[in-house]
Structures are given as structure tokens and as C-alpha cells.
Design a binder for this molecule. Structure first.
Ligand SMILES: C[S@@+](CC[C@H](N)C(=O)[O-])C[C@H]1O[C@@H](n2cnc3c(N)ncnc32)[C@H](O)[C@@H]1O
Length: 186
């Protein structure tokens, strides 16, 4: 189920990356979500943002940059996604403000970033979160998108208790994402 969901999302995002109309339609889904996450974490233009799991069309990373002006680095562990999204970023004229890297959330060194954002399809969710939390600097913020309880089988999350001790969360209605949880390393 997890792989099927990821596969379908990537197909849709590949279309979005190539067709401006589809891009605009799907980005509607993300706009409010990202605005609420920016407010939750109080993201500023001076922040260094790292997004884990950008996919072929990294809507969240793009909107995070557009709404805040912050520099954003987006990683993905699928080389095809990296190739397609780099091309999209170049076409959008964001090559100086958004970097796309081929890397896994479990391997990346997070100490250069003070805001880290995890997509809902990151896998394995708990392991990547613990790696990032351990490696980031004190005061760094981590935003984690968590799926609705009834959709758990479609995502790579097995132990939600890891995410209970957050500093705050924003609940999203009418979405596959139940909430975004905010953690601040202390
Ligand atoms: C399809 S995208 C969805 C993100 C969406 N485009 C957005 O803007 O929020 C999810 C991506 O996460 C990537 N991914 C999953 N686990 C990962 C990990 N551990 N490290 C890096 N990328 C990962 C997948 O390859 C996939 O491309």
C-alpha cells in the first residue's frame, strides 16, 4: 500500500512538473497547508530551510520559498525525482534560491539548517525524524506532516508515539494529512 501510494503520487507530480495547468491545480492543495506551517514555525526570510522528500514536483519547498523568501534545500532519495524537479526549479527561475539534492533523510547532515520540513511520505518516518532531531542544532525547528489515523496503511509510519511530545501542531481539515507537528530541539 505504501509503495502504491508513493507511485501514484509520483506519477501525478511528474505531470504537474511538465504541465503548468496541472501544476497550478495541485498547488491549490498545498497553499493553505504551507501557510499554516509557516505560521506555526514562524519561518522568516533569514531561515535556512531543509525539505525532506520533494518528489518530482516539490510544491511545499517552492511555496515555502515563495511565501517567506527563505533559501530552501530540497532532498529526495529518488534520482529521477531529483532530475525532474531540478529542471522545474530552473524553469521557474528559482535556481539561486532553491537547491535540489539527491540524498536520503537518514544520511543528510541537518546542522546547516534551522528549519526542517518532513513530507508525509517520508520513509521510514520515525527513523528519519530521530536522525534529524539528533543531528540538528539546538533551537532548530522540525515540522512533520502526519497522515490521518485511518490512512496509516498508506504511509510509512508505525509508531505515532514518537510524535506525541511536540511543541505545537496545526490540524488540517479535508486532507490526507491530519496535522503538522512542530518540534524544537532543546
Ligand atoms: C511524492 S513526494 C511528496 C512531496 C510533495 N511533492 C511536497 O511538495 O510536499 C514524497 C517524496 O519523498 C521521497 N522520500 C521518501 N522517503 C525519503 C527519504 N527517506 N529521504 C529522501 N526522500 C524520501 C520520495 O522519493 C518521494 O519522491
Amino acid at each position: 500500500m505504501v509503495k502504491l501510494m508513493l507511485h501514484i503520487t509520483k506519477i501525478l507530480e511528474r505531470f504537474a512538473a511538465k504541465h503548468p495547468f496541472i501544476y497550478r491545480m495541485i498547488s491549490l492543495y498545498y497553499k493553505r497547508l504551507v501557510k499554516e506551517e509557516i505560521a506555526l514555525a514562524n519561518i522568516q526570510s533569514t531561515d535556512r530551510v531543509l525539505c525532506i522528500g520533494g518528489g518530482p514536483c516539490p510544491f511545499s519547498g517552492i511555496l515555502l520559498h515563495e511565501y517567506t523568501g527563505a533559501h530552501v534545500t530540497i532532498i529526495d532519495n529518488d534520482v529521477r525525482c531529483v532530475r525532474i524537479s531540478r529542471e522545474l526549479i530552473r524553469k521557474l527561475g528559482y535556481a539561486d534560491s532553491i537547491d535540489i539534492l539527491y540524498s536520503d533523510g537518514n544520511d543528510i547532515s541537518p546542522e546547516d539548517y534551522n528549519v526542517i520540513h518532513m513530507a508525509v511520505q517520508v520513509s521510514p518516518m520515525e527513523q528519519v525524524f530521530c536522525h534529524l532531531k539528533q543531528g540538528c542544532r539546538f533551537g532548530s525547528k522540525i515540522l512533520v506532516r502526519l497522515p490521518k489515523q485511518r490512512l496509516t496503511n498508506f504511509y510509512s509510519i508505525s509508531d505515532r508515539s514518537v510524535f506525541h511530545a511536540c511543541c505545537g501542531r496545526v490540524v488540517h481539515n479535508w486532507r490526507n494529512i491530519d496535522n503538522t507537528a512542530l518540534f524544537i530541539k532543546s
